[in-house]
Every structure is written in structure tokens, then in C-alpha cells.
Design a protein around this ligand. Structure first.
Ligand SMILES: [Zn+2]
Length: 203
């Protein structure tokens, strides 16, 4: 039986469900919340607002409060170029690099058979639909420089073979094993500029 009060027990249980938080840390966070009630109320409010107002863009998977995100609904972005990334932090990294003007597609991870992550667990069918829509001219594969990221890029090239678009991969300025999130701005900007074409529009 838990010696905690029901309210404390409930909060510890919720914290402990977060990734990377064990029960010990959860208890520490819950006690901290009890000692800092204003902060805790602000946190609760922010979480509630997130749940109510934030969703994912129907096209690219970016965060949005509307059906389409700020990038997809910006008429000045090049809708013919789509940068395919694994996750939101990677999208933010490419945006930070400065001069990318195309759209994005967030896969929601990378292929990893050992972790049981297959093509159906990623937003690959959605990507195919966007390509089939006809406005896409080039896909820039910007998955991470890991074994999984490379495997995912290769898989996408295979799967989209025959589509009448160019496919390119970030240049090898991206360190092996590197996540885009940790690459400095200039290196990423150069990797985008120097991207290698894997497939021409003729297939
Ligand atoms: Zn979007």
C-alpha cells in the first residue's frame, strides 16, 4: 500500500509515465510541485492548453492550431520541394539552418525492425499521397545519419521508384550517427545546398 496521499500518488503516477522518468524522479517532481504551487498551476494550465489547442498539420505532421501549419499555408514557400525528416526537432533544425524555402514531411521516426518499427508505423503512405498529388518536384531526404535513418532513406527511394520526381539526400557533411538536431546551422545549411541527387525526375 502506498503511504502517499491519493492526490500525491496520482501525480507521481502521471509523472512516472513520461519518457525517461522513473518513480524516484516522479516523486521528486511531485514534491517540488507541492512546494511551488504557482509554478505547478501554470504547468497544469499549459498542459491543458496544449491538449485543447495543439494538433498536427494534416499534410506535413508539423505542430499546428489549424488544419494546415504555418509552413504549409505560407504561399511564399516552394510547394514543389519537400524535406522529409524523422521528427519535429529535425524540422526545427532545418528551419534554423536559414534558407530552406520548401515544405516538410515528418515521418514520426525511422525504420527499426529491432524496435518493431516498420513502414506502417511511419507517415509513409501520407508522403506517397502527397507525391501522387502532382505538385511535388523534389523530395529531399533529411533523415538522420544513423543506421536507421539511412535505411529509411533507402526504403523511401525504393518505394517511390517510378514516381516522376527528383529524390536527393543531405550531403555528407552530416556526421555519422548524427541527429540533425545536434548539427550546427552552417553545416546543415551546406548539407542542404550540396544535397546529392539519388534519382532524377525521369525515374
Ligand atoms: Zn504542414
Amino acid at each position: 500500500m502506498s503511504l502517499l496521499t491519493p492526490a500525491m500518488e496520482a501525480l507521481v503516477a502521471e509523472f512516472a509515465r513520461l519518457p525517461g522518468i522513473g518513480r524516484k524522479t516522479a516523486l521528486r517532481l511531485a514534491l517540488h510541485s507541492l512546494g511551488h504551487r504557482e509554478e505547478a498551476a501554470a504547468l497544469a494550465g499549459a498542459l491543458k492548453r496544449l491538449a485543447e489547442e495543439c494538433r498536427f498539420c494534416k499534410d506535413c505532421g508539423n505542430l499546428s492550431e489549424e488544419e494546415l501549419c504555418a509552413v504549409c499555408s505560407n504561399p511564399r514557400r516552394d510547394a514543389g520541394l519537400i524535406c522529409v525528416v524523422e521528427s519535429l526537432p529535425d524540422l526545427l533544425a532545418v528551419e534554423r539552418s536559414g534558407d530552406y524555402r520548401g515544405l516538410y514531411h515528418i515521418l514520426g521516426g525511422a525504420l527499426s525492425p529491432l524496435d518493431g518499427i516498420g513502414p506502417r508505423d511511419l507517415r509513409i503512405a501520407e508522403l506517397e499521397r502527397r507525391v501522387a498529388g502532382g505538385t511535388v518536384r523534389e523530395l529531399l531526404l533529411a533523415t538522420n545519419g544513423t543506421v536507421e535513418g539511412d535505411a529509411t532513406a533507402l526504403y523511401l527511394v525504393e518505394r517511390l521508384r517510378g514516381a516522376d520526381i527528383a529524390i536527393s539526400r543531405l550531403a555528407r557533411g552530416v556526421p555519422m550517427g548524427g541527429s540533425l538536431d545536434f548539427i550546427d546551422r552552417l553545416t546543415l545549411s551546406r548539407a542542404i545546398d550540396g544535397r546529392e541527387k539519388l534519382q532524377g525526375p525521369e525515374g
